[in-house]
Design a protein around this ligand. Structure first.
Ligand code: AHR
Length: 518
């Protein structure tokens, strides 16, 4: 009688043990492991990787940044919204690109100086065909940058402008001595030059900037920079996504002493003809957007490898001066204004992309999210006197601890995020050490459904305290609205344990965590 019983017990015991063993194995195999090599620091993460972009497009400038200097209903400083200034200062915005984009190659800067009531109008041919009254011009932008504590990055007009026009703009904005352009600046009320170091020589010269071939553009670049003057940082209009031929031709035909940066644009778009709603999307559409965003790793790696062939000293920066998610415009809005909402999907794009830039900071030394307010993957949305900060804003704010910190290389062993037989790495990470010795580790779990058990092993460091911040929300479609502006916002993260130099934590689905390790 006993035997069968004891046999059953044994059988139960062994199946229980087997189940526990399998479970432990599953946990062991499903665990993500991040190794931070704190003893082998890399390059400095240039704060300009956290740059932004403002174009005369839709409501980015007008009714976004600028509400007019006679506006009495929305508090402003020289026409720029005070709430926007405060939010961008908190973000530690380091750099702002202007006036485009495609708009830049239609813009004649002299239209935007002098008395506002005398400025000519133009038609904004790329963005909705609306009348541009030029009330926001060079002084307004550069004064605004000073107010924000951000460096300006001006994009010159190569498509429909002239060499002389760009040379005059450089002289107008940067020359301290006496000259026709600096005298004109003084006559317009600004005695001292501004600090304008970064200059783009046209935008998307292969497309809206002039439909040029790379050889033709390279020759134009050489001519423009020859006459620009000033002690400036010269950025060539770069490739779209995987157009390696463009980068190769520019690097081959422009000597490195004439160029400081070469651009690259990449948007996470599902399909240019079927982009999907910004808020009402399926998990498959989310997955595809993540695939497109993660392509940034391949593009940055391959463009950098081409640049290495001609510039092994890495003197020329790779400047990703447009990036972000691009969806259908919000229903009922002007299709030419590119106004879209911003969800946890965008937070995921921001998190993984910034990790990629951090990890490639030896070559990627500037980037500009498109675009700051009310356009594409915006950090701020406005509606008359109301303002909301988007999930993307919160990621950029959480990540600003990496600005000008030293990269700590990471390797990531990640489980897969699988959907319909396709897979992506669930976890992405980057780490840095700041000037005060604090280490920051940013980790993203893009899996829309599964939590991730993550172990972080830090080699070559000892630490005493860890604090964390988390951005997550129950659904990937979650977003902030003018009626519910704080639905998605960071919270303090305590879901970790640590012993020695090892941290274990569980990341919720579709979440971003930034740890501070001291
Ligand atoms: O960011 C919107 C547009 O996208 C820019 O004007 C252009 O450079 C790009 O094609």
């Amino acid at each position: 009688m006993k035997r069968p019983y004891s046999f059953t017990m044994n059988f139960c015991n062994s199946s229980l043990l087997l189940a526990v063993f399998l479970l432990l194995n599953m946990i062991a195999f499903s665990q993500d492991v991040i190794t931070v090599r704190a003893g082998s620091p890399g390059a400095v993460i240039n704060k300009n990787i956290y740059g932004h972009f403002s174009e005369h497009l839709g409501h980015c400038i007008y009714n976004g940044f600028y509400v007019g200097d006679t506006n009495k209903t929305i508090p402003n400083t020289a026409g720029v919204r005070n709430d926007v200034i405060a939010a961008l200062r908190k973000l530690k915005i380091p750099l702002l690109r202007w006036p485009g984009g495609c708009f830049a190659d239609t813009y004649h800067w002299k239209d935007g100086i002098g008395p506002k009531d005398k400025r000519p109008t133009i038609v904004n041919k790329w963005w909705g065909g609306v009348t541009e009254d030029n009330s926001f011009g060079t002084h307004d932008f550069l004064n605004m940058c000073e107010e924000l504590g951000a460096e300006p990055y001006l994009c010159g007009n190569v498509g429909s402008g002239t060499v002389q026009e760009l040379a005059d703009w450089v002289q107008y904005t940067t020359f301290d001595g006496k000259s026709p352009m600096s005298d004109l600046r003084r006559a317009n009320g600004r005695e001292k030059p501004w600090n304008v170091k970064y200059w783009g020589i046209g935008n998307e010269a292969w497309g809206c900037g002039g439909n040029m071939r790379p050889e033709y553009y390279a020759d134009n670049f050489r001519k423009y920079v020859n006459f620009m003057g000033g002690n400036v940082f010269r950025i060539a209009s770069g490739a779209s996504s995987s157009d390696y031929q463009w980068t190769e031709t520019l690097m081959k035909n422009i000597p490195t002493y004439l160029i400081d940066g070469i651009g690259m644009h990449h948007y996470a778009v599902i399909d240019w003809d079927h982009k999907s709603s910004a808020t009402n999307f399926t998990e498959q559409q989310y997955f595809t957007t993540m695939q497109r965003a993660l392509l940034m790793e391949e593009y940055v790696t391959k463009h950098s490898a081409i640049m290495d062939k001609y510039d092994s000293a890495k003197k020329v920066a790779l400047v990703v001066d447009e990036w972000g998610g691009w969806y259908d415009v919000e229903p009922g809005t002007n299709p030419g204004f590119l106004f879209q909402q911003n969800t946890m999907r965008d937070a995921m794009i921001a998190g993984v992309t910034l990790n990629i830039f951090n990890n490639h900071c030896d070559r990627v030394r500037m980037a500009n999210l498109a675009q700051t307010i009310n356009v594409l993957q915006a950090v701020i949305l406005t509606d008359k006197e109301k303002i909301i900060l988007t999930p993307t804003y919160h990621v950029m704010e959480m990540y600003n601890v990496h600005q000008d910190a030293t990269l700590l290389p990471v390797s990531v062993k990640t489980t897969d995020y699988t959907l319909n037989n396709e897979k992506l790495p669930a976890i992405s990470a980057s780490a840095s050490k700041d000037k005060n010795g604090a280490m920051h580790i940013s980790v993203v779990n893009i899996d829309a459904e599964k939590k991730q058990d993550v172990t972080i092993n830090v080699e070559g460091a000892t630490f005493k305290t860890i604090t964390g911040r988390l951005l997550s929300s129950p659904k990937i479609q979650d977003h902030n609205t003018f009626d519910n502006p704080e639905k998605v916002k960071p919270s303090s993260f305590t879901g970790f344990r640590y012993t020695g130099n090892s941290v274990s934590m569980q990341l919720p689905p579709a979440s971003v965590v930034v740890l501070e390790v001291k």
